[in-house]
Structures are given as structure tokens and as C-alpha cells.
Ligand binder design. Structure first.
Ligand code: ATP
Ligand code: MG
Length: 307
């Protein structure tokens, strides 16, 4: 099946001359949930804004449902829901009117039953007549989500939907995303919370300095994370790994003081017992043994080189 969103060699240079995107390629499959991780200024919002037709690309192409986002803006925009990172709302409208109006703005027929369901799902129904300026920040974020859902988009972009919100809203969000996925909506969210990506995404992408560094199935990533390292500290450092231990693929660390062994925690045999026996047969004396397991956060920090 053709991807629902297809991004090819996308570049963006702002008027300041700053290159925010440097040739991004990304395909998003219909019905998947993709989480984009990246530090501040990585280019996440820029990329989303281009797909949504809010920012013009400098080069490359983006299609949504087979339509070009620049040439066929009206078609693509009506397929896309966007929950922006910044809270932008008209302070003097009520919750209900804001959400119902958003549906009309996107050319959909009025559907009060749907609006009611969305507001109930987001625990906003009892605030339906409240003016937006009287809502808390987290509730305004819920309204932004309700607005985006009001016209039943095929593709939903959530730009840091849970930044600065409480645990309840975060959990509500995750459940809502799960329901939308079940209904077939494609969802792309950006987040700084690695556990959020782990919790809800099918695929995880990492972007930094305008480049996509990795896009991988969460399951594949997690399998890689299933790998562990055994660190064997020796009483006396060695210059090279003894020939007798060649088959274990060991690495030397800490000036020959540590032997490092990579193994798969999910494998039937980890090889640790035989390795330890072989080490003492090779005449090396152990001082200490420890293990270390990398997390998604380690992978992220390693890729991006900063927290
Ligand atoms: N209108 C603009 N003019 C000039 N530079 C801009 C503009 N908008 C964004 N930038 C720059 O482009 C880069 C990418 O910004 P962007 O907002 O896409 O990052 P982000 O990944 O969404 O970051 P964050 O996690 O902080 O939201 C940043 O260095 C930013 O300063
Ligand atoms: Mg952003």
C-alpha cells in the first residue's frame, strides 16, 4: 500500500538563512503511530508545519494521500488534523462553539453527536459553555485536540501534546490515541518523553539538526535494547584478548582492565557460564562482574549526543 504521507528530500531554509531541514526522507504508513523524538530546535515543528501547509518548503516534495501539499493544499489540509505546539485559541469563544466551528471550517456537515462524544472523551463536556479564557492551560490543550478531531482527519499530527500537562491528561491522551488508532487514524506525534514514545508508538524516529537519524519499528528497537553487556573486571590488566577467548567477540575496556561481552537476554543460552569458565581456564583472575543494559534513552543520547 502506498504510504499516506510521503516526504522526499525535504529542505527548509528560513529567511534568516537558517537551514532547519536538510533533506528529510520519510514515509508514513496508513494507520500507524509514529513518534518523532528530537531535542529542541531539531526541526520537528518545521517538518510538521510543512506537511500541514503552514510553512513553505524550500525544496523537495510532500504528498498526503497522493496529493502534493503545496499544489493541492485544500485536499491535503482537509485530511490532516493538527494539534499545534503553541496554544493558539480565541479567548472569547466557548468550548462548544470553538470545536463545532472548527468542523464547519473544514467543510464538514454539523454533527452535534460527534462533538459531544469528542468533548466527553476529553473530559471537557462539563466545560462546554465555558469561555476559553477561563480554562486552565491543560484544558486549553484538550480543546486544541478536540478542534483537530472535530473534522475527523485521516492523519493527525500532535506536536508535543503532553508538554506541560499533568499525568491524568497524559494518560487520557494515550487512551485517546489508542482509540483513534483502532478507528484507523494515522498519528504522528512529537515528544520529549521517551517513555511516551515507548508506550504508544509503532515506529520511532529520531531527528536532530534537520536530519532524520533513525526510523525503526519499536519492536526492533526494543529487541536491540534486549541486548546486555557483561563487564568482567580483571585483577591484572591484559594487552590483548587471549586467543582462547577469541570466539566470544570480547572487547577490551578501561586500559585492558575490563573484558566486555555482548549477549542477548532473550536467547536461550547467554553463554555467560562458559565464558566465565573459559576466562579462568585462560589463567585470568576475576575481580568483579557486572552487567549493563542500554535503554531507548541511551540510544537517543548516543545518536543526538546530548540530552
Ligand atoms: N520562523 C523562523 N525563522 C527562523 N528560524 C526559525 C523559524 N522557525 C524555526 N526556526 C529555527 O529552525 C530550527 C528548528 O525549529 P523547530 O521549531 O522546527 O524545532 P523543534 O524540533 O520543533 O524544536 P522544539 O522541540 O523546541 O519544539 C530552530 O533552530 C529554530 O530556531
Ligand atoms: Mg517544536
Amino acid at each position: 500500500m502506498a504510504p499516506i504521507v510521503s516526504i522526499r528530500n525535504l529542505t527548509k531554509s528560513y529567511a534568516t538563512g537558517f537551514e532547519a531541514l536538510k533533506g528529510v526522507d520519510l514515509d508514513i504508513e496508513e494507520g500507524e503511530i509514529l513518534a518523532l523524538l528530537g531535542p529542541n530546535g531539531a526541526g520537528k515543528t518545521t517538518m510538521i508545519s510543512i506537511v500541514c501547509g503552514i510553512v513553505n518548503p524550500s525544496g523537495g516534495t510532500v504528498t498526503v494521500g497522493g496529493h502534493d501539499v503545496v499544489r493541492d493544499f485544500r485536499e491535503t489540509r482537509s485530511m490532516i488534523g493538527l494539534v499545534p505546539q503553541e496554544l493558539t485559541l480565541d479567548a472569547f469563544e466557548s468550548v462548544w462553539n470553538t470545536v463545532a466551528f472548527s468542523r464547519g471550517l473544514h467543510g464538514r456537515k454539523p454533527d452535534p453527536a460527534l462533538i459531544e462524544r469528542i468533548l466527553r472523551d476529553l473530559s471537557l463536556y462539563d466545560k462546554k459553555d465555558t469561555m476559553l479564557r477561563h480554562l486552565s492551560g491543560g484544558m486549553r490543550r484538550r480543546v486544541l485536540i478536540a478542534k483537530a478531531l472535530s473534522y475527523e482527519p485521516k492523519v493527525l499530527f500532535l506536536d508535543e501534546p503532553t508538554a506541560g500537562v499533568d499525568v491524568n491528561l497524559r494518560k487520557d491522551m494515550w487512551q485517546l490515541v489508542e482509540r483513534l488508532r483502532a478507528a484507523g487514524t494515522t498519528i504522528i506525534l512529537t515528544t520529549h518523553y521517551i517513555e511516551e514514545a515507548e508506550e504508544i508508538a509503532d515506529r520511532i524516529g529520531v531527528i536532530n539538526k534537520g536530519e532524520i537519524l533513525l526510523v525503526e519499528d519499536k519492536a526492533t528497537l526494543m529487541r536491540k535494547l534486549g541486548r546486555k553487556q557483561l563487564m568482567v573486571e580483571l585483577s591484572d590488566p591484559v594487552a590483548t584478548v587471549p586467543d582462547a577467548l577469541a570466539s566470544y567477540g570480547l572487547m577490551l575496556d578501561d586500559g585492558g582492565r575490563h573484558l566486555v561481552y555482548d549477549y542477548d537476554t532473550t536467547a536461550e543460552r547467554t553463554g555467560i557460564t562458559t565464558l566465565l569458565a573459559a576466562i579462568s581456564e585462560a589463567g585470568l583472575r576475576l575481580r568483579d562482574v557486572s552487567t549493563r543494559q542500554s535503554s531507548l534513552e541511551d540510544i537517543f543520547v548516543e545518536l543526538v549526543g546530548e540530552k
